[in-house]
Design a protein around this ligand. Structure first.
Ligand SMILES: [Zn+2]
Length: 422
């Protein structure tokens, strides 16, 4: 009988903490049973109320107005996250959201959850039952149930709700870099807006710290619940991969296959692109600020750079609203080139029309950089017309000088022509 090949595996997982004890698992089971029944006043402590919305049941000491606001944000987020992964949330997500810990009686929460809340964080406890077909080696998720414990700080409930969604929908939340990275993406998710808008403290940290290398972030030995600093790097990588058009198309299938099978790793999907990803990830972090758009600053890996000879020239159109753009020119060290950049552009919709010489402060000026072996030279100024001597060999990239986080409202293009100087 085929039935004999099946093996049912029950797994308990805790995301957001370093260890799981048996006691915590028991408590989580009890909480689950309690949560599935009709609510009575006795199920929650005094000062705590239960609220339900389409996808959530939340027990919290927040005020009704605060809870309404939270539920609206959670509902918007879970709808968009479900749409992104192509699987709408199908099961109520149960949450405890704590504003004032002293409202909650001692022993009410599993110890790990309590510890997490007291330290200002959150925890998602999940129980999954998977049927394993030992003949075919396939796994089928029979049921999964998560309970979220989170402080009421903006962001934590959303973050944990993404873990709950992943486990309840896919049976897992994936390796640490992915689970925590997409949970932070969900926390910051805004409809049809991929500009960076993150917590000011996280921004300050990322702007003032030497970047953690890519290989370290995706290292499978990384554990969840380690530090908010590590979460910041995971967010940065996942944000870049999810919204930079060079990698975005692979991010969703990678995620789905990580969530469905668990057999795809960062290396198996992106391994051959690691140098490109690492380069763009570092560029992202170098220019990171609120409002930065990875989609506008994606690197052009396709346009080939070529050397010019005799009277031949290369031509490119440079958009004021983008980051570094390929000129097609392969430079030679110490070689002089003549260039013209015809056209006008504007920094902002109401901005004055500028040539590639820019304004008196140098804003709007055509500037360049040389790319060689995944490294960039120091940027240098060009302009509307002139001669310029290449400091080194490599591919010339240019852009319109402007704040990196303020490119989206720029307008116009210039046509850049380059040839050997006479
Ligand atoms: Zn998390």
């Amino acid at each position: 009988m085929r039935y004999g090949f099946y093996l049912t595996v029950l797994t308990l997982t805790i995301i957001g903490s370093l260890s799981a004890s048996l006691r915590a698992q028991d408590t989580s089971k009890k909480a689950k049973e309690k949560g599935g029944k009709a609510r009575d006043a006795a199920a929650v402590p005094t000062g705590v109320r239960e609220y339900t919305s389409r996808n959530f049941v939340v027990r919290t000491d927040l005020t009704p107005d605060e809870t309404k606001d939270l539920l609206e944000r959670l509902e918007t987020m879970i709808t968009q996250v479900g749409r992104y992964w192509g699987k709408p949330n199908a099961q109520i997500i149960e949450m405890y959201v704590v504003k004032k810990p002293d409202v909650w009686p001692e022993g009410f929460f599993p110890p790990e959850a309590w510890q997490s809340i007291l330290s200002g964080g959150g925890l998602t406890m999940s129980q999954t039952t998977v049927s394993v077909d030992r003949f075919a080696g396939t796994k089928t998720l029979l049921n999964a149930k998560s309970i979220v414990y989170a402080v009421a700080d903006r962001g934590t409930p959303q973050h944990e709700a993404v873990h709950a969604y992943c486990v309840q929908t896919f049976g897992t939340s994936g390796p640490t870099w992915f689970a925590e990275g997409i949970a932070e993406l969900g926390n910051y998710w805004r409809d049809k807006d991929v500009s960076v808008q993150i917590h000011p403290g996280v921004m300050e940290y990322l702007q003032n710290t030497e970047p953690v290398p890519l290989t370290e972030i995706v290292d499978l030995r990384q554990t969840t619940g380690d530090s908010w600093q590590n979460y910041a790097w995971r967010w940065a990588l996942c944000h870049m991969l999810a919204f930079n058009p060079n990698y975005a198309a692979r991010f969703r299938p990678l995620g789905l296959s990580i969530l469905a099978e668990g057999n795809q790793t960062f290396e198996s999907v992106y391994g051959s692109m690691a140098p490109e990803i690492s380069f763009e990830y570092l560029q992202f972090l170098e220019h990171l600020d609120q409002g930065y758009r990875v989609d506008l600053c994606s690197w052009d890996w396709k346009t080939k750079a070529i050397g010019v000879r005799g009277k031949s020239q290369v031509q490119s159109r440079i958009n004021a609203g983008r980051g570094w753009q390929a000129t097609r020119l392969l430079t030679k060290a110490d070689q002089s080139y003549a260039y013209t950049a015809d056209g006008e552009w504007q920094l902002g919709k109401e901005g004055e029309k500028l040539t590639a010489d820019g304004d008196e402060k140098g804003q709007g000026k055509l500037v360049g950089v040389i790319f060689d072996d995944y490294k960039l030279s120091e940027p240098f100024e060009l302009g509307r017309e002139g001669r310029w001597t290449a400091p080194q060999e490599g591919a010339l990239f240019v852009r319109c000088q402007d704040e990196w986080n303020n490119l989206a409202d720029n307008n116009g293009t210039v046509t850049l022509k380059l040839k050997l100087a006479e």
